[in-house]
Design a protein around this ligand. Sequence first.
Ligand code: FES
Length: 128
Amino acid sequence: MIMQETIEKLSLDKIKCHIFLCADQTKPKCCDRDLGIASWEYLKNRLHELGLDHPSKLDANYVFRTKTNCLRVCINGPILLVYPDGVWYRQATPMVIEQILQQHILRGQILDEYAFHVHPLDNNVKFH
Ligand code: FES
């Protein structure tokens, strides 16, 4: 498969937001490995059930998800990060992930109780 086919298959140009979750780590420091895996499975299943994990007729944009080995915070996990909003969440258990999906992803409101840092990315930054 050539790269362009992969890009189209994954609809990479339709990504509206990207969720990173620290789970199934090589060295589980921020949370118990089983909890991270449970959170990851919950995130995957709920994004699918809500129809947010793929472009649809109603909404061409969708949510991309990535399981990371470590987001380098390493305390109060599972750590979950939402881009482009740059919102970092702590203790992203399945219950908290449900609140993040309902409040942040679907309504655009940050879940203050669990957000520990907000730093949206600036698209105009040039490194050279
Ligand atoms: S092990 Fe989860 S952030 Fe480092």
